[in-house]
Design a protein around this ligand. Structure first.
Ligand code: HEC
Length: 178
């Protein structure tokens, strides 16, 4: 029994030491221009889904999908998100340098949208960001109402009322050159 326990402890120590050497010698990739290891992608995805199941708000959306709220969502998106997630005509091939330089490339939401996701899930992602990707957290700097406005806009992006669509069509993905 004693030698069995010693064996377990020795194995744990070897794994810990190997992990330390891998990190301290830069064997764990620190670059953003390579494909992340499969285990990192699996862990990030699995943990995100479990967290969303536990934490994403599930009840009714606390604001109405009025034109005023949707237009506010479009404007906030233009200021905070379009640089990574693109404008109404953006496709993967026309994504900004920032969007394609990230190592989880930011999806161009007009092309690959999140209309199918529950609004509360999108709300959670905007408020808290997504670890292991470049998706920032906006909860500390935008109000709850502003985050719901953007979440509603993203949920209805492919079926916006005409007045809202007009404003959406004007959003630019990259700032105009000076
Ligand atoms: C610096 C670039 C960047 C900015 C700015 C940014 N995002 Fe993201 N976003 C990302 C990346 C990268 C991902 C993760 C993509 C993945 O997991 O494959 C992401 C993921 C998302 C997702 C989930 C997409 C999906 O398919 O599940 C949503 C929704 C989203 N962002 C909305 C927003 C909104 C709204 C804003 C502005 C308030 C914003 N993002 C700002 C980079 C950005």
């Amino acid at each position: 029994m004693r030698s069995f326990l010693l064996g377990v402890i020795a194995t744990l120590l070897i794994f810990t030491a190997a992990g330390y050497v891998a990190v301290s010698q830069g064997l764990v990739p620190a670059n953003a221009d390579g494909r992340p290891p499969g285990i990192e992608m699996w862990a990030a995805r699995t943990s995100l889904h479990a967290t969303l199941r536990r934490e994403a708000p599930q009840g009714a959306v606390p604001i109405q999908a009025t034109d005023a709220n949707l237009v506010a969502g479009v404007r906030l998106y233009g200021q905070n998100c379009a640089v990574c997630h693109g404008a109404s005509t953006s496709k993967r091939e026309t994504a900004s340098n920032i969007a394609i330089g990230l190592y989880q490339k930011a999806p161009q939401l007009a092309d690959h949208g999140v209309e199918d996701d529950p609004v509360g899930v999108t709300y959670w992602k905007i408020a808290h960001g997504i670890r292991f990707t470049g998706m920032p957290a906006f909860g500390a700097h935008l109000s709850d109402t502003q985050i719901w406005q953007m979440s509603l806009f993203l949920n209805k992006m492919d079926k916006l009322p005409p007045e809202v669509q007009k404003v959406w069509a004007k959003v630019q993905a990259t700032p105009a050159p000076v």
